[in-house]
Design a binder for this molecule. Structure first.
Ligand code: MN
Length: 226
């Protein structure tokens, strides 16, 4: 096939212990998936089914990168999240079949322009520019699902201060339920990433600070804001 311009590069993330990379198709994100975070954002965690938003695949940031402070915000926030990478797709996937779609897991940081998001919420406008901006999706190296499902703690620190600490089991919607719900909205495909929501304790990253997301058993997702 001939193109009038060279095709864009394929977005990808590193795979732990492997020189090959995981090619990324789309990035989906779950909103409000930990009860304490839903409450800190002013919502009743029991009242709503999961909802989703997206980031462009080329918003990916490799762990260890330094990124510029994003434009159009004075309140860049971290959101520590478990990221699921799909190796197979499907529509209307039952919960008990969802785990078979998972290729691997990673630690991630759903960087958010919190002030832009607050304006969007107040004006009932979309979240795209609050969530899907350039370099907004930090993802650590993937660990294959064949090595086991991550369990235990998820934590975030900014400049060495612990800001978020929870258990993955605190999720309102566990990973299979998220995949099943999402597959009723879109046809999932290999290469899709799903950010599975953040626990309480979201907060700012200032210029010059390093933010580290750690999940038991997974490589960390580290970003420095220049
Ligand atoms: Mn999030």
């Amino acid at each position: 096939m001939d193109f009038v311009l060279p095709p864009p590069p394929v977005a990808s993330v590193a795979v732990a212990g492997d020189s090959r990379r995981f090619a990324v198709r789309r990035i989906f994100c779950v909103g409000r998936n930990y009860a304490e975070h839903a409450r800190e954002m002013g919502h009743d965690p029991n009242a709503e089914p999961p909802f989703f938003f997206t980031k462009p695949a080329d918003a990916l940031v490799e762990s260890g990168a330094t990124i510029p402070y994003p434009p159009a915000t004075a309140d860049l926030h971290h959101e520590a999240e478990l990221v699921v990478a799909l190796g197979a797709g499907g529509s209307f996937v039952p919960e008990d079949g969802a785990e078979a779609l998972i290729w691997g897991y990673a630690a991630g940081n759903d960087l958010t322009r919190r002030d832009v998001q607050a304006e969007a919420k107040a004006a009932r406008r979309p979240w795209d520019m609050a969530k899907g901006f350039d370099r907004s999706a930090v993802v650590g190296a993937l660990r294959p699902a064949s090595l086991g499902r991550p369990e235990g703690r998820i934590r975030c620190s900014v400049a060495g201060r612990l800001t978020q600490a929870a258990l993955l089991s605190d999720m309102i919607w566990p990973v299979p339920a998220i995949i099943s719900h999402l597959s009723r909205l879109v046809e999932l495909a290999p290469g899709d990433l799903v950010f599975t929501g953040t626990p309480a304790g979201v907060g700012p990253i200032a210029r010059g600070e390093t933010c580290t997301v750690e999940i038991d058993g997974l490589p960390p997702a580290v970003v420095t804001v220049g």
